[in-house]
Unconditional design. Structure first.
Length: 100
């Protein structure tokens, strides 16, 4: 599916747009903070966790925060946007964006 979406991509492991470990300039990222959400039952969870660890070990001077929603699956907040966990996720995101 990646090759269909990104025909010029070299794949999920070697393309820096899809795998931060492949980016030799990750330590030069221009922002000062990153917030990563993962959910317990998502097959992409390990990618999000790995992204946080990669950032922490890259020499990048910013701060990274990982937030996990236990018991949830991929895009749970879209399937049930009024559930308590979805509302808390949106509050966390809004708070992160509004920080000075």
């Amino acid at each position: 599916m990646i090759q269909f979406l990104y025909p010029g991509s070299s794949g999920t492991d070697s393309d820096p747009k899809l795998n931060p470990k492949a980016d030799p300039d990750l330590d030069k990222m221009g922002c000062e903070k990153v917030l990563v959400f993962v959910v317990e039952k998502d097959w992409l969870k390990s990618r999000g966790v790995e992204y946080c660890e990669t950032l922490k070990n890259s020499g990048w001077k910013g701060s990274v925060e990982l937030v996990e929603n236990e018991g949830e699956d991929h895009v749970f907040y879209k399937l049930n946007p009024t559930c308590e966990k979805a509302l808390l996720l949106m509050q966390k995101l809004a708070s992160f964006v509004n920080q000075a």
